[in-house]
Design a protein around this ligand. Sequence first.
Ligand code: MG
Length: 185
Amino acid sequence: MLRAPALRSRLKGIRFLVCDVDGVLTDGGIVLDNLGHEAKRFCVQDGLGFALARLGGLQVAFLSARESKIVNQRAQECGVHLVMQGKKQKSPAFAELCLQAKVPAALTGYIGDDLLDLPVFEKAGLAVAVANAAGEVKQAAHWVTRNPGGQGAVREVVEKILRAQGTWSKVMAQILGRDVAKSQK
Ligand SMILES: [Mg+2]
């Protein structure tokens, strides 16, 4: 964990946010029925978080070691255009996403929860572990969220970045359709 001033300077620089899926966008649960159909549970507050991120000028991507149609569907709902799935080697996939977004890794944040995320933590400008992450992952992170994955962790990260960048009030006003100048009073 970084001390507040060092964390703040990293938060200020972030232009691109890459999110692991299982355990970060979800609580890690995968529901399988007798027919082999899979279901995941997402957090609606994270969904609005992606809209807030976009208004704040951040690009967002999903990066998953597993592969599921549900993830593409969720990405579409959230307006997330960069999605990589089936990537157990997450570090090269992360590098590829940074190229696609045209943002250097040093200005990219990554949110993860498990051991496969550790190689990305070494590359990302901001490495965030969710509250329910594995011990090693929390230890390696620059910051650990209060909220667990699937329960507002991503929203918490987006808000922290936008607050550090001084765009939170403006973005909130935009989402509420209010006059920006008034909302800052
Ligand atoms: Mg995960």
